[in-house]
Ligand binder design. Structure first.
Ligand code: IMP
Length: 207
């Protein structure tokens, strides 16, 4: 079967293709929005990660292909879940990781470690165009926001996100370590299970 990935991010298309190849085998042919000639603009104005993932997956599925899309971000307990779906542009336009991290530090200034709980969240949506069938799965990774940056790896909020089980920030983990425990690793694991189940249920065969 063919699966369209509704993201303009070539890095994500490659990462997801590798996971599908590893966990399902070569029988799922991955297509990008570019491959199917999609040129529309997708407005991500949902209020949850799931809504935004569905908005993207529905837009992709409108081309007639089975489509998946993901949406992710950071949710901080003391900020009522913010920055949430606004994670990329928390400190305003243009999106900037350093300014976002500075803003997060200033919002949490003075809070002790036990009140700095947070989680990375990743939602993945799957839409089957001919069947009016839509599904979402979610992966979360709990952690704590430090008072200063540690580590040089990763991206986004990684230098501030302390992952207790490994006693390191995400920016101090190797890509392999992060990919084993991250919110995206967890949502993709759930997604692979969902995709296998729906392929069986709907009678799709591998290419
Ligand atoms: P996207 O929707 O997956 O592109 O992610 C939106 C924003 O969430 C990114 O711009 C980052 O600020 C943040 N984010 C998502 N995943 C991660 C991660 O693994 N590490 C650090 N920041 C992340």
């Amino acid at each position: 079967m063919k699966l369209l990935i509704a993201t303009g991010n070539a890095h994500k298309v490659r990462e997801i293709s590798e996971i599908l190849l590893r966990d399902i085998g070569p029988g799922v042919e991955v297509l990008s929005l570019h491959d199917v000639g999609f040129e529309g603009e997708i407005v991500e104005d949902g209020t949850t990660f799931e809504e935004n993932a569905l908005i993207k997956a529905r837009a992709g599925a409108a081309t007639g292909h089975i489509c998946m899309a993901d949406d992710s971000g950071l949710s901080v307990d003391a900020l009522g879940g913010a920055p949430g779906v606004y994670s990329a542009r928390y400190a305003g336009e243009p999106a900037d990781y350093e300014r976002n991290n500075d803003k997060l530090l200033s919002e949490l200034r003075g809070l002790p470690p036990e009140k700095r709980g947070a989680r990375f969240v990743s939602a993945v949506a799957l839409v089957f165009p001919g069947r009016q069938a839509e599904f979402t799965v979610r992966g979360e990774c709990p952690g704590r926001i430090l008072k200063e940056r540690h580590g040089k790896g990763g991206f986004g909020y990684d230098p501030l996100f302390f992952y207790e089980p490994l006693s390191k920030t995400f920016a101090e983990l190797s890509p392999e370590e992060k990919n084993r425990v991250s919110h995206r690793a967890r949502s993709m694991e759930a997604f692979v299970t969902l995709l296998k189940q729906k392929m069986k249920e709907y009678g799709y065969t591998l290419c």
